[in-house]
Every structure is written in C-alpha cells, then in structure tokens.
Design a protein. Structure first.
Length: 247
C-alpha cells in the first residue's frame, strides 16, 4: 500500500511538471526562435525486487528542447536573419562565456559594434567603421556596411555550429544554450557551404510551438493528474483500513 502511495505521488509530480512545461511553451508561442520543451519519462523499476513487486511509479522526468525549425517571420530589417537548419551561431554572454543561440536579431550599437539581442557581442566580435551605415547580412552570413564615400565593405562572417545531439544542450534561458557532455561533438562551418543551409536575411524564426499539440498534452496531463490523485486516495483508504485492523 505504501508503494501505491509512492507511485501515485510520482504520477502527480510528473504531470505537474508536464502542465508547467506546457504552460511555458504556450506563454512563448510568439517568442522569436523559441524552442518547445518535451517531457520524457519512464517507469521506475526496483531491480532488487521481483517484477511483480517493482512497480514504483514514474521515474524522474527529463526536459528536452525540440529544435524543429520554425517558420520565417519577415521583418524587413537587414540585420535580422533566420537559421534554416538545426545549427546555431555563437555569442558572448554578459559574463564572458561563449554560448549558442538561433535568434538572429542583430543591431549596431553606439560603440561601433554589431551585437546580438540585448547587446551581447558576437563571437568573434564584429566592429564597424566610423560613419558607416546601411548594415546588412546576406544569405551566406557575410555582414557588410556602407562607408561615408559609398563603398560597401565586409565586416565579418557569421559562422554556424551544429551538435550531434542538440537536445542535450543546456538551456540558459533567453534563447541561449551551453554545450554539455550530452550535446555530443560539434563542428563549425559557414552558411551555404554544403554542410549548412543558407540564411534567410530580413527575417526571424518564429516559435516552433504548436498550440493544438500543447492543449492536447495539457488535457492528457490534467486527466492523468486526476487519476493519480484518485489512486492516492484509494491507497490512503486501504492504509487506514489496515491500520484499523491492527487495533
């Protein structure tokens, strides 16, 4: 009977995590380049017991980001770009760490640098010339600007990085990811080189959240949570009956 209670509680905890995750996915349905999170769980066996007595509920859930490519949202900004495959580009976070993102929302700051979203530096950094205007990035990731005399000059090259298992990347929030042991080996290239797709300039990637799928998972998790609560209630009643019999 205590096993019943433990299994029911693990089901309640798991389905609460599912509901929390679905809520986060739905809250970010309009966030550019947001990647939905999938809950993965399995039964929790106790191998010290016989199979008939080893039903201990749901094992600890894992949260896997799903890197399906979202649709293109045209912005008309020549410093915006969309990554069209499952790769990332590098930026330097505010603490100096090199991390990875798919949000190609670049801008030119007042210090003369081309920066990623919220002022993060690209890696490697890209500097502009004084008086330069008309910054743009092309489908091959080449960033350029127009000098005061009208000459178009190249400022740098966006490089892409692909991981063997992108779902193993550590999510840092704000569309940033950190390499981990689970992400596997990585390799680098440039857009359109045959190993990586070209970019879509003047666009941002939309969220890959499917609202219909999320609401379906929400309903299933709600019903499963209710069933776990009911199982806990039954187990509690059985335990109370057994306790009364010993008095």
């Amino acid at each position: 009977m205590t096993t019943i209670l433990g299994a029911a509680v693990s089901g309640m905890v798991h389905n609460q995590v599912v509901l929390d995750t679905v809520g986060d996915n739905l809250a970010n349905v309009q966030s550019a380049a947001f990647k939905r999170t999938r809950i993965v769980a399995e039964g929790r066996p106790d191998r010290a017991l016989t199979p008939e007595n080893s039903r201990l509920g749901v094992a600890e859930s894992t949260l896997d980001p799903i890197f399906d490519v979202g649709s293109a949202e045209m912005t008309g900004d020549e410093l915006h770009f969309m990554v069209n495959d499952d790769s990332f580009f590098r930026v330097r976070d505010f603490d100096g760490e090199v991390v990875y993102t798919r949000l190609g929302k670049l801008s030119a700051d007042y210090l003369g640098s081309i920066t990623a979203f919220r002022g993060r530096q690209l890696e490697p950094p890209m500097e502009t010339q004084e008086g330069m205007t008309a910054f743009a990035i092309d489908a091959n990731g080449v960033l350029s600007g127009r000098t005061q005399d009208g000459t178009v000059e190249t400022l740098g090259q966006i490089t892409l990085v692909r991981f063997t298992n992108p779902s193993g990347l550590e999510s840092l929030g704000d569309g940033l990811y950190r390499e981990s042991v689970n992400s596997g080996a990585s390799f680098e290239g440039v857009p359109g080189d045959g190993s990586f797709s070209t970019l879509t300039p003047g666009a941002l990637e939309s969220s890959n959240v499917d609202m219909a799928r999320e609401f379906t998972e929400m309903i299933i998790a709600q019903r499963a949570y209710q069933a776990s609560v009911r199982a806990f209630s039954v187990g509690d009643s059985m335990l109370a009956t057994a306790t009364d019999l010993t008095r």
